[in-house]
Design a protein around this ligand. Structure first.
Ligand SMILES: [Mg+2]
Length: 411
């Protein structure tokens, strides 16, 4: 089975998505997600200029060989642009193999280990009342666990709060598609000291309102130093978090040792990681509890399965990144992995907008808080090329942070 055609499709139904579409001589079509939020066109170029010409005429069945060829023959390894491009090829080839076999991809990965994947949604509010309303809304949508983000007194605009975002049919949503479109990154403000004082009071209020059973998550979004992260983890222990995410930047994996020594709050990290090497110390020294790698930014299904098998030896579970900038194709890819592996933990699930769902038709279901990729052969996602053509690329940047004195801070 030979790859005959390869095209890169850019569409922006609610936000930008980059999709690789492969077609074989037997008529099978495979899709791969290559969306790198805020830097989309760099992956388009990498694919069009350097990868697509290498794929034509290759055996579509040789997924591992193609991955190794693209990774090693470039000489320049790793990095988000390279790995998003390789990831798209990997996903598209798994999609094709599933269609050729007449099976959903999870069957090719070993079959289902569970009936569905527990998902968490993003509850948020500028104040407690708005946050409580948002938690109730999420529970009504079926979510059995929620991420909790709130405003911090004295800060005008911070990560993760719905009220500062656009309004979708009356519902305010954080990071709704499109996220912060424009010719320059939006500026937000930050003060770690205020945040560290405020956040435990929020979790105390949420626990007293909703009781001890609801799994609660929180994202620190890389803003703390290791000792600040340790302090926060310790101060949140009474509220029994499911996880504390990205408590400190983790380019330096050693930083997590210090956090770990001080707190039993479970830790999740890795949504911006690209390869297993970014997790090597974190996994082998059991410094985290959940792997946040996303199929799209981690080189596809093949390496995601491998890192989860590595993590399983250390009782570390999956918690794949699932914001709306992971396209329905990339999202489906990690649902297939999550269904198959034994060490599934939880799946982040921010729902895509209506135009995105009309452009990418999906077999995925979300019922009673559980996600399932469906049983269509392959990944279970079809791209309506005509629909995609209606929505050209729109420039979009992620926001950034400044402290009160003007210093640029991690966002
Ligand atoms: Mg995050």
């Amino acid at each position: 089975m030979i790859i005959e055609r390869a095209e890169v499709i850019v569409t922006s139904p609610n936000r930008n998505f980059v999709t690789l579409r492969l077609q074989t001589d037997e008529g099978h079509v495979g899709l791969g997600d290559a969306t790198l939020n805020g830097r989309e066109l760099s992956v388009v170029s990498y694919l069009k200029d350097h990868v697509v010409p290498l794929l034509i005429g290759k055996d579509a069945h040789r997924i591992e060989d193609t991955w190794q060829f693209l990774y090693r023959s470039a000489y320049w390894r790793r990095g988000p642009v390279t790995m998003a491009a390789i990831g798209a090829v990997d996903m598209a080839l798994w999609d094709i193999k599933g269609k050729a076999a007449g099976m959903p991809v999870y069957q090719l990965l070993g079959g289902a280990s569970r009936t569905g994947l527990m998902a968490y949604g993003h509850a948020s509010g500028v104040d407690l009342q708005a946050l409580f309303d948002s938690i109730r809304e999420h529970r009504e949508l079926g979510y059995r666990s929620v991420r909790v983000q709130t405003g911090v007194p004295g800060l005008k605009a911070i990560y993760g709060i719905a009220a500062q975002s656009v309004i979708d049919g009356g519902l305010e949503r954080y990071d709704h598609e499109p996220a912060r479109r424009g010719a320059y990154p939006a500026e937000e403000d930050w003060d770690t000291r205020s945040y560290l004082h405020h956040l435990p009071t929020v979790f105390e209020a949420v626990r007293s309102e909703f009781g001890p059973d609801l799994p609660l998550l929180h994202d620190g979004h890389h803003r703390m130093t290791p000792i600040q992260a340790a302090k926060l983890g310790k101060s949140l222990e009474p509220y029994d978090l499911f996880w504390l995410e990205d408590c400190t930047p983790a380019e330096n994996q050693d930083a997590l040792r210090l956090v770990r020594q001080h707190t039993t709050t479970p830790l999740a990290i890795g949504e911006i990681f690209n390869t297993v090497w970014d997790f090597q110390t974190l996994i082998s020294e059991q410094l985290i509890d959940y792997v946040r790698a996303a199929s799209t930014h981690f080189g596809g299904i093949s390496p995601l399965k491998k890192v989860m098998d590595f993590a399983a030896q250390y009782q570390i579970k999956s918690g794949c990144h699932g914001p709306t900038d992971i396209s329905p194709v990339g999202f489906a890819a990690q649902l297939h992995v999550g269904l198959a592996i034994h060490n599934f933990g939880i799946q982040e699930y921010m729902q895509h907008g209506e135009r995105t769902n009309a452009t990418f038709q999906q077999s995925m279901t979300f019922e009673n808080g559980l996600l399932h990729p469906g049983d269509n052969p392959g990944l279970g996602v079809d791209l309506d090329v005509d629909e995609a053509g209606k929505y050209p690329y729109e420039q979009a940047y992620l926001p950034f942070n400044r402290l009160a004195d003007g210093t640029v801070h991690d966002w």
